[in-house]
Design a protein. Structure first.
Length: 270
């Protein structure tokens, strides 16, 4: 028996397919299924609650599709992902998200076992960055995403005020100013920060500490070792075990507030 157990969440909206894939996965000694989900929202909730090592994920599901779900997961909680689909047109998008594998339906037991072995192989490797970090590095290197940076001008007066209230996002020769008020939340991925702005992502090379020093304390708070949230964007919150919270923003985003940072939103919860 394998000494490694991959805590696994299975997400599939078709009941018969869910039972079938569950049975196939349970045949593998390294798989420990901790949760199953029949829609995107329940799958996201399961990832937040269980912090699994592996997510076996159907592409098209009610609520959130696979790509929307992944975009909503914090970097520290991102598991390895095996996508499953009856269609092959999503394969390129899946592998651009650094997927472990992409398995076509109807699922073949041997093919799925190969995917699990790939997940095991990746799991035991010492990775320098998270899956999101690898994706971002590749995207920035290829020029598909703009690299965000700070204004360097040190002039006084209005230009300096604007510098403090906005970030500059660079995309080749083009620069876009991002207002602090438009930022929903931010998470770290390797050497980059992901700015989530109205459901879209802008990329900035920065450390967490450097970015926190630029953001106004009255509006932004750190809620996780890799996550910052705009306090004004929080719509509601729920208590979790172990002194943690789950907060909910627009665009179907839910974030975990770790116990070490719960004081950062305590005033909102009184």
């Amino acid at each position: 028996m394998s000494p490694i157990k991959l805590r696994t969440v299975v997400a599939e909206d078709e009941p018969l397919a869910l039972e079938y894939i569950t049975n196939l996965l349970q045949r593998h000694a390294a798989i420990d299924i901790v949760a199953r989900a029949a829609n995107g929202y329940d799958a996201l909730k399961a990832v937040m609650e269980w912090s699994p090592d592996l997510l076996v994920l159907d592409i098209e599901m009610p609520g959130l599709n696979a790509f929307e779900l992944i975009q909503s997961v914090q970097s520290d909680d991102m598991p390895l992902v095996i996508f499953s689909s009856a269609y092959d047109q999503y394969a390129l998008d899946a592998f651009e998200l650094h997927a472990v594998d992409y398995v076509l339906k109807p699922l073949d037991p041997v093919r799925l076992e190969t995917a699990i072995d790939r997940a095991l192989d990746r799991f035991v490797k010492d990775r320098a960055t998270s899956d999101k970090g690898v994706l971002i590095d590749l995207a920035v290197a290829s020029g598909r995403l703009g690299l965000a940076g700070e204004l360097t001008e040190q002039s006084s007066g209005a230009p300096e005020l604007r510098r403090r209230e906005r970030l500059v996002v660079r995309d080749g020769q083009e620069m876009t100013l991002v207002n602090f008020d438009d930022i929903d939340w931010i998470d770290a991925a390797g050497d980059y920060m992901c700015l989530h702005v109205a459901g879209k992502i802008q990329i900035m090379r920065s450390t967490m500490k450097q970015l926190m020093e630029r953001l106004p304390e009255s509006r932004f708070a750190r809620i996780h070792r890799s996550t910052i949230v705009n306090l004004e964007k929080i719509l509601r919150a729920e208590t979790l075990p172990k002194g943690e919270f789950q907060i909910f923003l627009s665009h179907d985003v839910s974030l975990k507030v770790s116990r070490n940072y719960r004081d950062s939103i305590a005033s909102l919860l009184k």
